[in-house]
Design a protein around this ligand. Structure first.
Ligand code: PEP
Ligand code: MG
Length: 564
C-alpha cells in the first residue's frame, strides 16, 4: 500500500495538494452513472459552466466608434468560427464541422447586422446591448415559426450573439480548461464545446445529461477516456479531487487516503493492461487452434478514423451514417455524403468499410425530417421504413455511396429489415441507382450489399433472407430490445435487459448457421460483440466477424488469441 501511495504522491505533485485529499472524518461522496467507456481517471474536477454574459444598456457618445467596435468583434467571432471549423473538420468530420460554417454565415447576415447598427445609432447605446437585443428579437422570430427547421435556428442565433458579446466583454471562449489535466464535469456538453477543449488535458467526462449516443459519449469512446453520464452532479465540487471508475460506473468525490490508494493501484493495473494490449497490434485474430475471425470497428463519423487506425481494426464493420444527418441542420447533400464516405474508404486503404444506410427515427430524431410524434417510436417509422417511403432521400445516399465505392473497399448494409419483400424493394432501388450512375459514366467499385439482422422476424426467416444478400450483420442492441420486448432507452428496465438471454443467443446461432448454409458470412455489430465473456461462445457458433468500438478491439483480440 505504501509503495502505491508513494508513486501516487509523485503523480500528484503537479495535479493537487495532498491536503486536499480527505483524511477521514469528511464523508466521501460516491455517485453512480451510466458507463460510457471503461478505464480509471484520477484528478481534479473542472466544473464546466456555460458563461452567462450579463448585458447592461449604456449610453454612448460616439456611435461611429461603437459600430466599429461591433464590426471588430464580429470579425473576430467569424475568425474564431473559421478556426473551429478547421479543428472540427479534422477531429469530428465535415458533417459535424458544418455547424461552424453556418454560424459564420449567420454573422454575415445583412438583416442581423443592420439591426445591430440601427440600434446603436438610433438609441445611442453600446454594442453589447444592441447585439443582445438583436439576438433576442431574431431568436424569438425563429422560435415562433411553424417549420421545425426554422424553429431550431433560434438556438443558433443565441449562440452567435453570445459569441460576439463574449468578445465585446473581452473574455476568452469559456472552454479553456486550464493547463493541467482535469476531469470535466458538466450538465451537458455540446459538440461546439467538446471540440474547443484541449484533448490532451481531458482525463474524463462526467455529465448529468446525455445518453450513450450523445456527443460526449461518442467523443469519449473514440478518445478512449473514461466517461459517465446520468450522474447527479454538484457545482460545489469544482476543484475537488475525484476518481472516475468507468468499469463500475462510479464517480467518487473527495476520496479518502485508503480509497485513493486502492484506485491508484487499480489505475496502475489498468494502464499496465492497456500497455500489454498495445503489443497485440499487428497480430492476427486467431485462436490457439487456428480459428480466425475478423475484428472490425464501429464508427459514427469520419472523425473516428484516427481511433480505428490507432487500435488496429481490420476494417469498419458499422459506419452509422445517420450521424451525418443528426448533426446537420438540413438534409446532407450527395456531395457532402460522398466526401465523408470517400474519406473513410480512402483512409482505410483497401480494408473493408461497411456503411449502414440511414437509421433515424425512434430515439434518433432529426428536426428537419418532421417525423410525427409516435406512441411507440421504437416500433415506428424508422430506418429502412423511412428510406422505402421517401426514396428521394434513399437514392441520394445510395448515389453518394456507390460513387465513393470507386475509391476503396465499400459495402452497404441496410437496417431494420423484417421481410424478403423489403430486400427486393431495396435491391430494385439500388439497381436503378447503379444504372443511373452508369449512364452518367460514373465509375462504381465492387460493392457487397448486406442487411442487419436486428428484428426477431429477420432472424427467424434468415434462411430465406440469406438467398438475397451478401452478408448478415447482427444488431444485438435492437435484436435484444425486440426479442425481450424491452425498450432499450428506458433506464428503469436496465435490470431486465439481458443480452445474454438464451433466446438472443439461440437467434444469433440460428442466423449464423443460415448464413453459412447459403455461403454468405455473418457477424455481430451490436454492443454484445465486445462482450469478452461471450467471445468464446461466438467463436464456437462460427461467427465470421465482430465489429466493436475502436477502444475495445485489442481486448477482444486478446480474448480470441487466448481461446483454445
Ligand atoms: C444494433 O441495433 O445492435 C445496432 C448495431 O444498431 P444501433 O445500435 O445503431 O441501433
Ligand atoms: Mg439497431
Amino acid at each position: 500500500m505504501r509503495e502505491v501511495w508513494l508513486s501516487s504522491r509523485k503523480f500528484w505533485k503537479k495535479t493537487c495538494n495532498l491536503q486536499d485529499i480527505c483524511e477521514g472524518g469528511k464523508p466521501v461522496i460516491e455517485k453512480e452513472g451510466k458507463k460510457i467507456f471503461n478505464g480509471i481517471a484520477i484528478g481534479r474536477i473542472k466544473f464546466y459552466l456555460k458563461e452567462e454574459n450579463e448585458v447592461v444598456r449604456v449610453k454612448v457618445e460616439n456611435v461611429d466608434a461603437e459600430v466599429a467596435r461591433y464590426e471588430a468583434a464580429k470579425s473576430k467571432a467569424i475568425e474564431q468560427l473559421n478556426g473551429l471549423y478547421e479543428k472540427a473538420l479534422e477531429e469530428v468530420g465535415e458533417a459535424n464541422a458544418e455547424i461552424f460554417n453556418v454560424h459564420a454565415m449567420m454573422l454575415e447576415d445583412e438583416d442581423y447586422n443592420e439591426s445591430v447598427e440601427n440600434i446603436i445609432r438610433t438609441q445611442e447605446v453600446n454594442a453589447e446591448y444592441a447585439a443582445a437585443t438583436t439576438g433576442d428579437n431574431f431568436a424569438e422570430m425563429f422560435a415562433n415559426m411553424d417549420n421545425e427547421y426554422f424553429k431550431a435556428r433560434a438556438a443558433d442565433v443565441k449562440d452567435i450573439t453570445e459569441r460576439v458579446i463574449t468578445i465585446l466583454h473581452g473574455k476568452g471562449s469559456g472552454t479553456d480548461i486550464g493547463d493541467d489535466p482535469v476531469i470535466v464535469v458538466a450538465e451537458d456538453l455540446a459538440p461546439s464545446e467538446t471540440v474547443q477543449m484541449d484533448k490532451s488535458k481531458l482525463l474524463a467526462f462526467v455529465t448529468r445529461l446525455g445518453s450513450a449516443n450523445s456527443h460526449t459519449a461518442i467523443l469519449a469512446r473514440t478518445m478512449g477516456i473514461p466517461a459517465l453520464v446520468g450522474v447527479d452532479i454538484d457545482k460545489s465540487w469544482d476543484g475537488k479531487i475525484a476518481v472516475v471508475d468507468g468499469y463500475e460506473g462510479k464517480f467518487i468525490v473527495d476520496p479518502d487516503m485508503d480509497l485513493l490508494a486502492s484506485y491508484f493501484k487499480k489505475k496502475e493495473a489498468d494502464d499496465e493492461q492497456k500497455k500489454l494490449l498495445q503489443t497485440l497490434k499487428g497480430k492476427e485474430n486467431v485462436t490457439k487452434s487456428g480459428q480466425k475471425i475478423n475484428l472490425y470497428a464501429n464508427i459514427g463519423n469520419p472523425g473516428d478514423l484516427a481511433s480505428v487506425l490507432e487500435n488496429d481494426a481490420g476494417g469498419i464493420g458499422l459506419f452509422r451514417s445517420e450521424f451525418l444527418y443528426l448533426e446537420s441542420d438540413t438534409y446532407p447533400t450527395e456531395e457532402q455524403q460522398f466526401s465523408a464516405y470517400k474519406k473513410v474508404v480512402e483512409t482505410m486503404g483497401g480494408k473493408k468499410v461497411i456503411i449502414r444506410t440511414l437509421d433515424i427515427g425512434a430515439d434518433k430524431q432529426v428536426g428537419y425530417f418532421e417525423l410525427d410524434k409516435e406512441d411507440n417510436p421504437a416500433l415506428g417509422y424508422r430506418a429502412i421504413r423511412i428510406c422505402l417511403t421517401r426514396p428521394e432521400i434513399f437514392r441520394t445516399q445510395l448515389r453518394a455511396l456507390f460513387r465513393a465505392s470507386a475509391f476503396g473497399n465499400l459495402s452497404i448494409m441496410y437496417p431494420m429489415i423484417t421481410s424478403v419483400e423489403e430486400v427486393e424493394k431495396i435491391k430494385a432501388i439500388s439497381r436503378s441507382v447503379k444504372e443511373e450512375l452508369a449512364s452518367e459514366g460514373v465509375k462504381i467499385g465492387k460493392v457487397e450489399e448486406g442487411i442487419m439482422i436486428e428484428t426477431p422476424a429477420a432472424a427467424v426467416i434468415s434462411d430465406q433472407l440469406a438467398k438475397h444478400v451478401d452478408f448478415f450483420s447482427i444488431g444485438t442492441n435492437d435484436l435484444t430490445q425486440y426479442t425481450l420486448a424491452i425498450d432499450r432507452q428506458n433506464a428503469k428496465l436496465d435490470p431486465f435487459y439481458n443480452a445474454h438471454h438464451e433466446a438472443v443467443l439461440r437467434l444469433i446461432k440460428m442466423v449464423t448457421d443460415n448464413a453459412h448454409k447459403e455461403g454468405i458470412w455473418a457477424g455481430i455489430c451490436g454492443e454484445l460483440g465486445a462482450d469478452t465473456t461471450l467471445t468464446e461462445e461466438f467463436l464456437r457458433m462460427g461467427l465470421d466477424e465482430l465489429s466493436v468500438s475502436p477502444g475495445c478491439i485489442l481486448s477482444v483480440r486478446k480474448k480470441i488469441r487466448d481461446a483454445e
